[in-house]
Design a protein around this ligand. Structure first.
Ligand SMILES: Nc1ncnc2c1ncn2[C@@H]1O[C@H](COP(=O)(O)OP(=O)(O)OP(=O)(O)O)[C@@H](O)[C@H]1O
Ligand SMILES: [Mg+2]
Length: 314
C-alpha cells in the first residue's frame, strides 16, 4: 500500500502525521518505508541526525534517483537509496516489535529537479510529449511498486507543500492519499482545490494512456482518498473547541471524507520529537497529557487502516 501525505498548504502537520502513523504501523509489526520528497528534508531529519546524513547519506538521496533519470546517465535503483534509521528501529526492538522503518532521504537540491523534469515534458511533438508525460509520471510508481513487492507492507511519501511535478509523481504512485489540514477558513478552501487538482491529474494520466494505446506498458491509476486528518486542533474536555467544529463540519458537508480522530495541538510534545529521532507515538513518556496524545495517535492509525479497507474514491 503506497500512501502520499499531501497538502499544498505548508506547516499543516504532514510530516508529523507521516512519522507517527508510520511508527505505529511499524510497532504493530509492519515493514514500513518512508520516502521524503520534500527538499526541506524535515522527515529525513526527524529520523537521521544532520551530521550523520552529511557524513553517510547525502549522496544517497531521492534527488540522485531523479537526477539519474533526467541525465539518463545510469540506471539507479531505489533499493540502493534505502537507509535504516538507527534510533527509531532500536526503540522498536526495545518494544519487542518485529516491524521496521526504512527511509529514502531527501536533499535540498530536489528544488531544481522540478524545473528539470518540467523541461523534459515539453518541446517535442504532441505524441512524444504524451510519452514523456507518461514516462516522467510513472517512474516513481514503477520504482516503488517493485520495492513494495520485495519488502514492504506500507510505503508513505511525505510531499512538499506544492503541486509541482515531483508532488504529482507521488500522486500517480499512490494507492491512497492522506490530507492533513488545520481546521481554519483558508485550509478548508484549500482542501477542495487540492482534491480537484488531484482528480484532474488522474484523469489526464489515464486519458493520455488511452490515446496512445499504451495500456500494456502503463497501468491506469485510481488512487483513493483515505481522508482529511485535522491536526493542531485545540481541544477542551477531549473535544475540539466549538470555533473549530464549523470548519470540520464544512469539510464533511462537502462530502470530503474526514477522520473522526483529530490530532490535538501540543507544541511541547510535538516540537521535540524530530530531534530525538523517535516519533511521539513511540516515545517513553509519562503523564496524562502524553498518554492521551499517544492514544490519539494510535486511534488515528487504526482509523487509517479501517479507511484503507473501506476504499473511498478520490
Ligand atoms: N499537533 C501538533 N501540535 C503542535 N505542533 C505541531 C503539531 N503537529 C506538528 N506540529 C509542529 O508544527 C510544525 C509543522 O508541522 P509539520 O512539519 O509536521 O508540517 P508540514 O505540513 O509537514 O510542514 P511543511 O509544509 O513545511 O512540510 C512543526 O514545527 C511541528 O513540530
Ligand atoms: Mg513537511
Amino acid at each position: 500500500m503506497i500512501c502520499s501525505v499531501i497538502n499544498y498548504k505548508g506547516g499543516v502537520g504532514k510530516t508529523t502525521v507521516t512519522a507517527n502513523i508510520a511508527a505505529q504501523l511499524a510497532r504493530e509489526g509492519n515493514k514500513v518505508l518512508l520516502v521524503d520528497l520534500d527538499p526541506q528534508t524535515n522527515l529525513t531529519f526527524s529520523f537521521i541526525r544532520v551530521d550523520e546524513w552529511k557524513r553517510d547519506y547525502q549522496d544517497r538521496t531521492i534527488k540522485r534517483w531523479y537526477d539519474s533519470f533526467i541525465d539518463s546517465d545510469q540506471e539507479l535503483h531505489l533499493q540502493d537509496l534505502v537507509i535504516r534509521p538507527f534510533r527509531v528501529n532500536e526503540r522498536l526492538r526495545e518494544m519487542n516489535s518485529s516491524g521496521s522503518i526504512d527511509l529514502i532521504s531527501s536533499h535540498l537540491g530536489l528544488i531544481n529537479v522540478d524545473l528539470e523534469l518540467s523541461a523534459k515534458l515539453w518541446g517535442g511533438s504532441e505524441r512524444s510529449n504524451r510519452r514523456n508525460f507518461l514516462f516522467v509520471y510513472s517512474r516513481l510508481k514503477e520504482g516503488l511498486k517493485q520495492l513494495e513487492a520485495q519488502n514492504y507492507d506500507y510505503i508513505f511519501i511525505d510531499c512538499p507543500p506544492n503541486f509541482n511535478v515531483v508532488t504529482k509523481t507521488a500522486i500517480v504512485a499512490s494507492d491512497t492519499l492522506l490530507i492533513p489540514a488545520r481546521p481554519d477558513y483558508l485550509s478548508t478552501i484549500g482542501i477542495e482545490q487540492l482534491q480537484r487538482h488531484a482528480k484532474e491529474l488522474v484523469f489526464e494520466y489515464n486519458n493520455k494512456l488511452e490515446k496512445d494505446d499504451l495500456g500494456t506498458e502503463f497501468e491506469r491509476i485510481a488512487p483513493t482518498l483515505a481522508g482529511v486528518v485535522f491536526t493542531m486542533v485545540e481541544k477542551r474536555r477531549g473535544e475540539p473547541i466549538s470555533a473549530l467544529r464549523q470548519y470540520i463540519e464544512q469539510v464533511i458537508n462537502q462530502e470530503i471524507p474526514a477522520f473522526e480522530t483529530v490530532v490535538r495541538e501540543n507544541k511541547t510534545v510535538f516540537s521535540d520529537a524530530p530531534e530525538l529521532g523517535v516519533p511521539v507515538v513511540l516515545q517513553r513518556l509519562s503523564g496524562d497529557t502524553y498518554r492521551s496524545i499517544q492514544t490519539e495517535l494510535k486511534e488515528l492509525t487504526e482509523e487509517f487502516e479501517e479507511r484503507l479497507s473501506n476504499g473511498g474514491s478520490l
